[in-house]
Design a protein around this ligand. Structure first.
Ligand SMILES: NC(=O)c1ccc[n+]([C@@H]2O[C@H](COP(=O)([O-])OP(=O)(O)OC[C@H]3O[C@@H](n4cnc5c(N)ncnc54)[C@H](OP(=O)(O)O)[C@@H]3O)[C@@H](O)[C@H]2O)c1
Length: 512
């Protein structure tokens, strides 16, 4: 029997206002790599929170798939610990009924017969749980397994069609443009693009989605949102944590360029710079993102590409001494992995021509903060005497993604003294103070959208390729030409001094 996961994939007309009220149709979610970290820390706690908020139907069923031998009960116990520790709502009475819908299937990701057996197991569960043949698959494994899983799903006859089967692909999607194109080909041989959900968990954050609401549900910003008024844009994703135990993974994954810039920061750039879509629908929004990404390229500096990379040296974070990157556990001390990247991107279209988009991200920086700051042009003529104006600061609009989520606008105000004297002041909006309910976790939002069949917050094949194209010149410079330009910065600082070379015309990186 063929049923629909949501009563049809054209779910978007229902989205506005009503989307939070909808629940997906009964389905079985099979998680590949279910004994791993992502499942226990994020996926199962997010599903539990959704169930507690009555967003999942009672028939909803999870099958964990991995190699290690667990009974259903042992697997449930592991998941219970994850829910107790990581869910928003913490463990409650609901666990008993929720956990009855969790099963474990032992299998190898490389073994086609195991996938065929999985298919039979899912059919048995359909009759027990009333899941109507609806299938959702989640690849929570190392990326090297993505292609084999997809091929085995196809080989075992489990790819279904757009009405009853969907697939989530975790990040990273490819290692460079060519591998992303190859993976897209594998995906498209087995699945229709409308069945495929490439995840970037940044897009599940409330404040990231608020960029679209802020831009397109208010009329006052649009006239200012262009090269006539904006001088430049700074996008910062700063972390205080180091590489921790992920050293070998981080080295292999290619450091900050692939782990952060290619996906999260490029996504923030696209949401900030895209043209207004005509509707809040998956393909309409993603068409605009693709268009702006195709117009984006790394800027040129005096010595070639305008980009700086660096690795953290010893330093201090919150009064504690911390190691250099090369002294972190399991890191090869000779490795040239960059834990910090700053790069200038230019967008070649009418709206943004000449406006630098300055992106920086790093580990072991002075503060944990993610924000997008638009600095506006200076006034064309200053009518106040420069002695009273002092150091006039340009207007600045800041969208803070985390922590202390909110929006602030900096402008000049007259100080309450007899003379004309000025000072910069901020008008602030804080999410926490205005909306007193806690925001759902990114994975809650994304899993719900996935189960509802809404692809808006997931990256499309052409989008992920466009994002790889943007960073390809940097990969070529640093990996193929092996440019020896790795800088170092003290842990706990704001990065290498070389990053200031990307700033011209008196611009400066914000000190946050
Ligand atoms: N962890 C996070 O917070 C996080 C955040 C964002 C994105 N991600 C992404 O999510 C994915 C998974 O990350 P993770 O941290 O959960 O990985 P992980 O902890 O290394 O888990 C990998 C899983 O794959 C299973 N596995 C490995 N080889 C297998 C095989 N041949 N057959 C069957 N199962 C096999 C392992 O189970 P057995 O050993 O039992 O076989 C384990 O369950 C990655 O793509 C990662 O980039 C993770």
């Amino acid at each position: 029997m063929t049923a629909s996961l949501t009563g049809g994939l054209s779910a978007n007309p229902l989205r506005q206002g009503l989307r939070l009220e909808r629940t997906p149709k009964p389905a079985i979610l099979t998680i590949f790599g279910a004994s791993g970290d992502l499942t226990v820390r994020k996926l199962i706690p997010a599903l539990y929170d959704l169930a507690r908020d009555r967003r999942l139907p009672p028939e909803f069923t999870v099958v964990g798939y991995a190699r290690r031998p667990y009974s259903h009960e042992e697997f449930r116990e592991m998941m219970k610990e994850g829910v107790a520790k990581y869910s928003r709502s913490k463990l409650g009475n609901l666990w008993e009924s929720f956990s009855k819908g969790i099963y474990y299937f032992q299998g190898d990701l490389d073994n086609l017969q195991n996938f065929k057996d999985l298919g039979e197991f899912l059919q048995t569960l359909d009759s027990e749980r009333g899941t109507l043949g609806n299938r959702a698959f989640y690849m929570a494994t190392a990326p090297s397994f993505f292609a084999p899983i997809i091929e085995n799903l196809g080989g075992a006859g489990l790819a279904g069609d757009v009405r009853n089967t969907r697939l989530v692909i975790e990040k990273p999607f490819g290692h460079d443009l060519e591998s992303a194109q190859n993976l897209n080909k594998v995906v498209q041989q087995v699945f229709h693009e409308k069945q495929v959900y490439r995840i970037d968990h940044y897009l599940g954050k409330e404040t990231v989605q608020n960029i679209l609401v802020f831009r397109f549900a208010n009329s006052i910003w649009e006239p200012l949102w262009n090269n006539r008024y904006v001088d430049h844009v700074q996008i910062t994703v700063a972390e205080t944590v180091g590489v921790e135990n992920r050293g070998p993974y981080y080295d292999e994954a290619g450091g900050a360029l692939r782990d952060m810039i290619q996906n999260h920061l490029v996504q923030l750039l696209a949401l900030t710079a895209m043209e207004p879509p005509s509707a809040f629908e998956a393909d309409t929004v993603r068409d605009e993102k693709v268009k702006v990404l195709r117009a984006t390229q790394v800027g040129q500096g005096p010595n070639g590409l305008a980009a700086v990379r660096a690795q953290y040296a010893n330093g201090w974070i919150s009064g504690e001494p911390v190691h250099a990157y090369r002294d972190e556990p399991r890191v090869n001390p000779d490795v040239q992995t960059a834990s910090y990247i700053a790069a200038k991107f230019m967008i070649n279209n009418w709206r943004w021509k000449g406006v630098p988009f300055l992106l920086r991200t790093g580990k072991r920086l002075a503060k944990r903060v993610t924000e997008i700051a638009l600095q506006f042009r200076e006034v064309p003529h200053l009518l106040f005497p420069s002695s009273s104006a002092g150091q006039l600061s340009p207007n600045m609009l800041v969208l803070r993604i985390q922590p202390d989520e909110g929006i602030s606008l900096r402008f000049e105000a007259k100080r309450p003294v007899a003379d004309i004297a000025m000072r910069s002041v901020n008008m602030d909006f804080h999410y926490g103070g205005t909306f007193e309910v806690a925001s759902p976790e990114a994975y809650e939002r994304l899993l719900l959208d996935f189960l509802l069949g809404d692809q808006t917050l997931f990256t499309r094949a052409d989008e992920v390729e466009a994002a790889w194209k943007i960073v390809t010149p940097l990969i070529e410079r640093w990996e193929i030409q092996k440019a020896g330009d790795l800088n170092y910065y003290d842990a706990g600082s704001w990065g290498p001094s070389a990053a200031s070379k990307l700033m011209d015309n008196g611009r400066r990186w914000r000190r946050l």
